[in-house]
Write a protein that binds this ligand. Sequence first.
Ligand code: PBG
Length: 324
Amino acid sequence: MSFQKPARLRRTATLRNLVRETRLCVEDLIRPIFVTHSNNRSAIESMPDQFHFPLGEIEKTIEESMKLGINGIILFGISETKDETGTDNVNENGIIQRTVKMIRKSFPELIIITDACFCQYTTHGHCGILNENGIIDRKSSLKQLQAQAISHVKAGADFVAPSCMIDGMVQYIRDALDEKGYEDRGILSYAVKYASAFYGPFRDAVDSAPQQGDRKSYQMDPGNIREALKEAQMDEDEGADIIMVKPALPYLDVIREVKNKVSCPVAAYQVSGEYAMIKAAAQNSWIDESKSMMESLLGIKRAGADIIITYFADAAARLIVSKL
Ligand code: PBG
């Protein structure tokens, strides 16, 4: 009896290469970078091989990524002067504004994305300005978010990435950028951002854990996918150029559905906890680091991500380039 034999196409490496449906390219990857006012580089304990970079070392580390073919970065700043309303996020000499100004000059073609939020700048660690009841005040937060976005593009950013999950954030930023003549600068919206336990290492890294309560009243409930599609559609309608889903691995179904729904490019953020899990297991020799890294990234791409933000950007690029 003859029967179907899909294994015929798996017999040799060349055959497997020939029929592979999804390929990860260096061009898909965006590298997150943490920058500080401090003079020294410091390791981030819960994220092995990730660092807080002083301004003086930023250009060198970006150069190394670019040599591997990485063309995009997303910047996170560690503020030195936190206050109740996060005013340092609009400071022309703030850490992000200074960094962007500097690297824009050195790397005219580099895609510079800046995270726009409050949690790294406020003493309470929430993603907006709080009212007297401890709830995010939408109007004042959005006003300040507009100023933050303008200061980022003025410094030279290509894309502002609002991550505060405040309704209307994309519309407000788009209006502000257009009004100031920055019609050519884009918005990468953290449109579908879940209230996730996987942000743990990042919050240690930037010291942004909420001092009281949690983010469940503004970030999404992990059980919801129809709501994700609504968020994605709303942000596209408000003028987002790229829609992001975050985290990635526990939400591959969401990435796929969002991809089917919107017509703009879809990004996925493989967050700090996803990175830390692979690193920790690999350090114990429980899994192979390179293979699990590539498999997770490929899975995210197969799910529908056009762009992947990952702390593995350099490591993955190195592996891809070495095989060319
Ligand atoms: C908020 C922001 C967070 C991350 C990116 N932007 C943290 C949060 O929402 O708590 C998480 C990224 C990661 O975990 O790698 N500004």
